[in-house]
Design a binder for this molecule. Structure first.
Ligand SMILES: [Zn+2]
Length: 256
């Protein structure tokens, strides 16, 4: 075999490996998952090798919040701006993608707000009880890639929550649909006034279940009307992963 032919064969072999890797990545990325039947949370780990942490992880989310002794923890600092944002139905939830500029500071680290989205019922439970809904504000440290996810329980009351009205009125019903929200959203008004929190190290609550999230669960809920909750449930009802074992992790509660 001449050097030239050997080189050509090697190049073809490498191309095939490259093709295989690309195909494999595309298939893995395309693995369908959901919340029901054989695509449901109990099967996520088996749906794709990339989802293996969903089965094998040791720091998974969500969890049940039960007794956590209150300790002195840093203040959670919110710097949320009023921005124009896009709302999308991504096939698993309704998500609002946030324009750059909003962030939190936790333990001296700045995490940029990327998006928020909803689950119904809540994913985290408190003393075994789920709330009607939970909102997740997903932030990322641009330097390390680590996530800080702020969770807020959404409970039911009489009146419409005006701060949430622009979101609930614009939710796209069909998967894949997206649109710009008609007006700037006052992000800070989506949060409760009191911002004490529970915290633990956990994961994405959806595949690939990566264990890269510092969870910050505010201990005060936000109230929505029954009509607002029904509006979300008419699109997604049951997009919550069951609670996972806390294991050896610390669950801390900030003293008010
Ligand atoms: Zn979520």
């Amino acid at each position: 075999m001449t050097k030239k032919i050997r080189f050509a064969l090697l190049a073809i072999a490498l191309m095939n490996i490259g093709l295989f890797v690309a195909l494999y990545a595309a298939l893995a990325a395309d693995a369908q998952w959901g919340y029901d039947g054989d695509q449901g949370p109990a099967y996520w780990g088996a749906l794709s090798p990339e989802f293996s942490l969903c089965d094998d992880g040791s720091a998974q989310s969500p969890i049940d919040i039960d007794e956590a002794s209150a300790v002195n923890l840093v203040e959670l600092e919110f710097n949320y701006r009023q921005t124009v944002n896009n709302i999308v139905n991504n096939g698993h939830t309704i998500q609002v993608d946030i324009a750059a500029g909003s962030h939190i500071v936790y333990n001296g680290i700045r995490y940029d707000l990327l998006q928020f989205h909803f689950h119904s019922p809540s994913e985290h439970t408190i003393g075994g009880e789920a709330a009607p809904m939970e909102i997740h504000f997903v932030h990322r440290d641009p330097n390390s890639g680590a996530l800080a996810v702020v969770g807020v329980m959404l409970t039911e009351s009489e009146a419409d929550n005006e701060a949430y009205a622009p979101v609930f009125e614009a939710m796209p019903a069909a998967a894949g649909e997206a649109q710009a929200l008609p007006a700037p959203l006052a992000l800070d008004a989506l949060l409760p006034q009191t911002r004490a929190y529970y915290t633990y190290n956990g994961s994405l609550t959806t595949p690939p279940c990566s264990e890269i999230a510092r969870w910050l669960l505010l201990d005060s809920p936000v109230e929505l009307s029954a009509g607002q909750i029904a509006a979300f449930k008419s699109i997604y009802d049951g997009n919550a992963r069951p609670v996972q074992p806390l294991g050896k992790r610390d669950l801390l509660r900030k003293r008010r």
